[in-house]
Design a protein around this ligand. Structure first.
Ligand SMILES: [Zn+2]
Length: 79
């Protein structure tokens, strides 16, 4: 198991993600697609579900180990 020495963290708003759900790692630029079942590209660390809707997805880049938080899935809601 790989253990990232340095922890970097980025937050990406879901509205900034391509319509197919893919995005690039802000750190190393690797293309990450949550729909990709091949989890060599990333690792799901945590998911936060609110009212049966995905509110936050925390993944780790499989290449550089950066933590990437995807937020803002519930665009219709005004908190
Ligand atoms: Zn990366």
């Amino acid at each position: 198991m790989k253990k990232p020495e340095k922890k970097c963290e980025h937050t990406i708003k879901a509205m900034c993600i391509e319509s197919d759900g893919s995005f690039n790692c802000p750190q190393c630029g690797m293309s990450i697609s949550p729909d990709d079942v091949n989890d060599d590209n990333y690792q799901i660390m945590d998911t936060k579900v609110v009212n049966d809707e995905l509110a936050e997805l925390v993944i780790a880049c499989g290449k550089c180990g950066c933590i990437i938080k995807l937020t803002g899935f519930q665009q219709g809601f005004d908190a």
